[in-house]
Design a protein around this ligand. Sequence first.
Ligand code: ADP
Ligand code: MG
Length: 606
Amino acid sequence: MGAESRIRVLPTHVANKIAAGEVVERPASVVKELMENAIDAGATQVDVAITAGGRKRIAVNDNGGGMNRDDALLAIERQATSKIRDVEDIEHIQTLGFRGEALAAIASASRFRLITCAGEGEPGTEVNVAAGCVQDVREVGRPVGTTIEVRDLFFNIPARRKFLRAHQTEMGHVRHVFLVQALASNRVGMRLNVDGHDVYHLAPAGTLVDRLRDLFGADYLAGLVPVDAGGDGLAVTGYVSRPGRSRADREEQFVFVNGRATSAPAIQYAIREAYRAALQKDRHPAVFLFVSMDPGEVDVNVHPTKREVRFRNGGAVRDAVMAAIGKALATAGASSGDLAASSGEPLTRAAPPWAAEQLGIEGLPSPRAFHYPRAELPPADDTGLAFAGGAAPAKQKPEGDDAAGAPAPAGNSPWAWCSVVGLIGGQYVLLETEDGMVIMDPRAAHERVLYEQFLADVERHRVPGQNLLLPETVAMRPPDAARVRKHLDVMKAMGFGISEFGGDTFVVDALPAYFSETSSQILLGEVAGEIEAAGLRRGSGRWREELVAQAACRAAVRSRARLRLEEVERLVMDLARAEMPYTCPRGRPTLMFTSLKELDRKFGRE
Ligand code: ADP
Ligand code: MG
């Protein structure tokens, strides 16, 4: 007797179970697949119900095209799909699904029920499956559409069941999946019911903004700015958070490529880089980004759950996304009004619309109000500002000739008008604006202003230099000296009169005027430290200049004494003109906003 062949073709139910391990990781993956199928079927309403974190029951009901009896039975076969016929179709895939393995996998790992009807007046079909074996098929009545119910997920695969986490954790994943689908298909009405309670009830909305508001609320929306950029067959749209808003994780990053929720290293990189100067390390923005491009330029078939895509030209995608976010952030201030629930009120107002007397409080000093931008700035010469040498950056003047003092449209400004209310703890400045209140960190703000002015001058080769009366020799620690030496050429080009004296000592005989009041020792120390901290992080072409400027501005600001009120006012106005007023150059916030709406809510006035 010859030895028995050791290789065999797996029976279907075993193959399905293996596939189940790939496609179905946890309840959330079931929700994802079922919602995608419903949307592929053209549903305008998709309702999801979850019990016990999805372990007990997941049900998805849709009003899409449904299936006839034959298709219903075929649907739960492996590699049965109505969505592609040939390999070439994958290149032009329009639907979310196409591999034809989800239903088979889910049915093989649960008690599964499919009820569907493909046409008005036609009989509906109910199929019951347990652990991949069809139990019964019968005719039922139901409106056009499909309901799939998945009970006791992994009841027959104990190894998998063991890996399920607490209900809360599984629910978190389900919620995330639901959000992804809700964002991807904002025209579809959706509902998420958890243990009998509606968690989300989303109207078939018209636009992404409506959907975002329904999901997260109007206040959240006010923290976002629109992204809208296109060209060269590649469009990037959506919303991203203002630099001041961030979180410690990436939970609120939703990226869609041609409508498909996905992640791609090129896009992750672009997001990080776009916010590099705007967010603190370890903080992450919220992004809702939709990239659309020629489907032939994307490979979606690299991952069984289609989580990742690959681009033919990743560099182009990266650059486009970076540019799009950059543009959005640069105009961050102006757009808050469009997004917030429209109150219909114009953003530009001449002065605070109230007076202390109105409140019936006597003896309250009236805040000093001024608006941005103001035609004439207070003279800077006698205020002793550290950046007295630098003229305000030459930004474009707003259109229209406004009479002196009249409010002009706030171009890039975080506010239309604002008044300095006072100081808090001698450290923070409290401002009132048309939206509510703002707390400003004057040091961070000063760093930002100085940084932009300095870099703008460097770019135009117009750094005002200042010769030191006495050249200073600065001795540095060897590693710091090495770093400074490495960037000496850049520093020279930036207006630092600095040369090597031998060993780890340098001679400084001139400084950019911005920093002439700062000691060279501190300045060089900061620069070395900053270069150290930055490591090899390089993104933009100017990274060395930016690094040096960051460090120098930090040192200059840190070595200054307290600010006077006139200086604060000047600072507030300069900040409002900045390209990126919301953070210091290293990403710490300069401003914290609290809207009137938020105050109303907190005081229970809503
Ligand atoms: P895929 O989505 O990759 O095609 P699935 O296993 O998820 O594979 O689904 C198999 C087939 O079943 C689909 O191609 C589709 O024809 C049909 N189907 C699944 N869900 C639905 C639904 N909710 N409404 C209509 N048809 C569906
Ligand atoms: Mg599918």
